[in-house]
Design a protein around this ligand. Sequence first.
Ligand code: ADE
Length: 340
Amino acid sequence: MSVERLISGKSQGQEEEKYNLTLRPTRLIEYIGQKEIIEKLNISLRAARERGEPLEHALLYGPPGLGKTTLAYIIAYEMGTRLIVTSGPALVRPADLLGVLTNLERGDILFIDEIHRLAPPVEEYLYSAMEDFRISINLDKGIYSKVVEVPLKPFTLIGATTRSGLLGTAFRERFGILHHFDFYPAEDLSEIIRRSGKMMTLEISEDAVYELAIRSRGTPRTANRLLRRVRDYAQIYSSGKIQKENAMTALKMEGIDECGLDGVDRKFLRTIIEYYDGGPVGIEAIAATLNEEVDTLADVVEPFLLKIGFVVRTPRGRRVTKKSFEHLGVKIPLGQEQLF
Ligand code: ADE
């Protein structure tokens, strides 16, 4: 990412990660929201435990910051197993995976974040590991080459991805459990903020909780981050107590508007309007104009704008809607009203 964003779904540094870890629920019962996922997962976990088997491989997908990693930690806790954490970009060659796989104990959970970014040979190497719990190792090259089959201990692979569409069918079909994470409604975010507030021993009014919830882009990680910014502000200017007024002032200072959009979101919308007549326009063109990475726009910025109906996808690219014009206070050019 080229721009540090307050509402970016991505983690920002160690300080933040420390908070994420302490605010993270550790047991399934503490998890707020995503009811359908939790209900189904609870059944899968209980059934696997009763049979004394590892959980089936699971694929968790959805926008960043919604709790995919948190849920992987919870699954390990509930199964009473270890969680080994790695990521797609960290596994460059099959050899990188070899060490990880052969060191797994029975029931261990291997968590691969950004699994859509695995190199194809590494992904293919995973197939037999996932399906038959065995891998083949090529010893030597040329006429002396020999393939040895190595058995693995039964394990669970949990993959997390922001875009399941980038995973091939062959790979996707090797996961027995698939769960899609959606943005959280304000009520769930309010509950998460109250819980985090309690853990941080904050005094926070109910209307401030709600104000934060509706400005968190449906994302718990953002809610917790905004809560910390508002806490700092309240500590300096209002002897600590967080109320609607100081919360709103603090959020305004951070460039967060009443819909929870930040400067990058607004720039994204303005670029489509000002440079591309409201669209349709390809995401690559928007990225080039904004000097941003395509992946950041596609994973972090766009999903929420689609969700709240500020942007639509058409076969020819992205288009803003009337709501975007209204939100930005921009008039639709004369004679073009019917286009939006
Ligand atoms: N903190 C972040 N996400 C959470 C969630 N879904 N439930 C409870 N606490 C959280």
